[in-house]
Design a protein around this ligand. Sequence first.
Ligand code: UD1
Length: 420
Amino acid sequence: MDKFVIHGGRPLNGSVAISGAKNATLALMPAALLSGGVCRLRNTPLLRDVTTMSALLQSMGVSIDMRDNILTLDTAGVNKYEAPYEHVKKMRASIYVLGPLLGRFGKAKVSMPGGCAWGPRPVNLHIEGMRKLGAEIDLKGGYIVAEAKRLKGAKINFDVSSVGATGNVMMAAVLAQGTTVIENAALEPEITFLAEFLVSMGASIDGIGTTTLEIQGVDALHPTDVDTIPDRIEAGTFLVAAALTGGTVTLTGVIPGHLSAVIRKLEDTGCRLTSTDDMITIIAPRRISPVDVTAAVYPGFPTDMQAQWTALMAVASGASVVTDTIYADRFKHIPELIRLGADIELKENAAVIRGVDHLTGAKVMSTDLRASASLILAGLVAENTTEVLRVYHLDRGYERIESKLRALGADIQRVSGEEF
Ligand code: UD1
């Protein structure tokens, strides 16, 4: 296991290229199963989660090649329709194979993901959606065992807006017989992008970018190539890093519109932000003002930026409240931020943060991806040395984070090969 050693206190300056979106890639890779041919995903980020999804698809008979951030998937030889526990326990997004397998092969056996580091994360909406499309589903031995001769279009109204369930049901419905209407569909850019990817494979989907998707099932899809959208969460993390350290940073290869909520909140803190079509520059003041955020579904403030925002508010010039309406328990970073000197009190799904003058380095660790990111950010401004342990969480979702931060002037080193 690796760790990061950070000597804080250096402002970040310069420009950084943002990688392709993890959450888009993790949906597109299983979607390629629907094509039965060779799909190319350009701008694929080199991440542990992508490797995990590759291993899962390979175990089903997909051939995969990754070079120069181009992921090539040949799904012609799929001969297994199972996502075993060994894969799913590493990454919940493995459940995304359920819809494509059911849609194309009429059968799937997918391990139930169970909870995650910060609490329960149910998959009931995925299962209900497949049942509505006519699949027979048994839950046995920890597995979702699903079968359908051919799925049939249906009207599905999600009680809760879910990224994963919208994507999964959409992937199942594109090859179903007849029309499927998904109401209260997720609007996150990665889902919109998945819908566009499916259309480029020959699917018929109306209402893309709205909360009502109307899918006309087709008999077959064909392979396609695509440039994956940039990772708005990686981009947001670098914006917060600049804000925290009082720096001036330009992000390249971004879609500013995907970051509107984050940009607005950063402006409220006193940062100046300017954007072009594919760049954002942030100029941070010496000390930022406190700003409340409430994580909500897109286009609201992303829950995947909540932990990083909490780290930012830890050194603001006053008190703020950070609330998460998506995941009420997603606060595992708070005890660790407190170890660095933050003044934070958790009240149900809200963190009440009183900004302090400075944080002080310590050894910290976390149990999930974005919490780990928040600890790195805190380490960038903490006095003395911060060691962030268990960085494999970071490697799930950030491509070369330490080299990108170092290029901006951070003093951060990865130390490998020891037991931390
Ligand atoms: C995706 C993202 C994750 C992000 C989350 C919310 C991927 C691979 N992951 O996760 O990074 O934090 O969106 O933006 O894209 N829910 C149910 N039943 C279900 C499914 C979800 O009750 O069957 C609830 C969840 O508990 C949660 C809410 O719906 O409260 C939203 O979750 P969802 O959008 O499904 O998250 P994921 O797709 O798992």
